[in-house]
Design a protein around this ligand. Structure first.
Ligand code: AMP
Length: 261
């Protein structure tokens, strides 16, 4: 696995691959890698001749400075996990990604005013700022995103459309622990007790999937009863998907599920 920290070096190597007509797949991450991330890399490797990954904790997408400080960072273990799954790993720093403070703004309509958009003001602007910079440098044929962050996936599809980029955005299914908890870098911050309690998110999504009359307030109550603090539970019946965000102690978790049973 080759490691780059400079955009110019990465672009020069990718240009040689492109001249040889090799397909390039890209998996952006913020590190603290788990099996959810590695599933994206496996799919990318299977579908492309060159797999590029990035690890960069993007400050502009954190609306809560404490969340940015506490975000888990496990670079040595991350590199080991990517061995054999990634050809080129891009590890930029903030001077490289944002030589000037970013000023680009976006209009993603309703996506910015509902659920994650409403609860995390500025978050999707930050996501778009960093993904745009990655996309414009790497120009991958395909880019891989987890459906665990479903609204983010929709934002990226919209970004590609608005910037007129020829990149296929591939949505990958959520990888879960055996007990159903969606894998997340933030799970590392949960106490063992909270890790167990947090399975209520998955269990409630499953319950909604099975119960056509389930209501959002019933779902919120189930989550409260388990000792978490729900922020929202949205049942989007027309699009057959349910979404949840909740705090488990200090840790904010999100999950969603197709509710076609
Ligand atoms: P992050 O490092 O949290 O920014 O995530 C990097 C990518 O991995 C994003 O596209 C996430 O949606 C995806 N991802 C995170 N957790 C999971 C999971 N449990 N299953 C599948 N993909 C995931």
């Amino acid at each position: 696995m080759l490691i780059f920290t400079r955009i110019a070096d990465l672009v020069a190597l990718l240009d040689t691959h492109r001249r040889q007509e090799r397909s390039i797949g890209f998996v952006p991450t913020m590190g603290a890698l788990h099996k959810g991330h590695t599933s994206l890399f496996k799919r990318c490797k299977a579908e492309n001749e060159v797999t590029v990954g990035s690890i960069y904790v993007n400050p502009t997408q954190f609306n809560d400075p404490k969340d940015l400080t506490n975000y888990p960072r496990t670079m040595v273990a991350d590199k080991q996990k990517l061995d054999g799954l990634c050809d080129i790993l891009f590890l930029p720093d903030t001077n490289e990604m944002y030589p000037e403070p970013p000023t680009d703004t976006y209009n993603f309509g309703e996506l910015e005013t509902t659920m994650e958009g409403a609860k995390r003001p500025g978050h999707f602007t930050g996501v778009a700022q960093i993904v745009r910079r990655f996309f414009e440098a790497i120009l991958p044929n395909r880019a891989y995103f987890g459906l665990k962050d479903f609204q983010q996936y929709l934002i990226i599809m919209e970004l590609v459309k608005q910037l007129n980029l020829s990149i296929e955005v591939v949505g990958c299914e959520t990888v879960r622990e055996k007990n159903g908890l969606a894998m997340s870098s933030r799970n590392a911050l949960l106490t063992p007790e909270m890790r167990e309690k947090a399975t209520v998110l998955y269990n409630t999504l499953e319950w909604v999937k099975m119960a056509p009359d389930a209501t959002e307030s019933e779902a919120m109550n189930k989550i409260k009863s388990a000792g978490l603090t729900p922020e929202y539970f949205v049942i989007d019946r027309p699009n057959n998907r349910a979404f949840v965000a909740a705090r488990a102690g200090e840790v904010r978790l999100i999950d969603n599920m197709s509710i076609i049973s």
